[in-house]
Design a protein. Sequence first.
Length: 165
Amino acid sequence: MNELYAEAGVKRKDTAGTYALRFLLIFAAIVLFFFSMRSQILLFIAVILIVAIFYLFPRLNIEYEYVFCDGQLDFDKIMGKARRKTALKIDFEQVEVMAPIGSHSLDSYKNGNLTEKDFSSRDKNAKPYVIIFRQGEKNLRILFEPNEKMLNCIKMKYPRKLIQY
């Protein structure tokens, strides 16, 4: 069998919002814990907040894994290095174009009605690729960061859909 298979993964960079959420949760738990000496209701709320912190903190650590296998590209979301969820599966038969972000081949899709899915690391130094994917009546604009092996596999299977300049 001559299967084309490649996988890649990126860790999503923490944003100011995730840092702020972590800080606010910890600050609220500490304040509620100190004020809980006066009231049992505040102690109960502080315990609930601490449980929420243990539940939410791992979910704020997000990684994405991409798997390309014979014309199908899967996007998996990994939360807290423990929970995996398939976020999107696309068949390259419905892909219009795949190009690096900022490529002129994507100019005709700028004014279209596109829903964006971001599976990139959001790192300023990274060079994400954009996939324009037709899913029924709606079009998706997918951002992700493939490695060289994945780009080569896609180029071998679908050379006209991948633009690399």
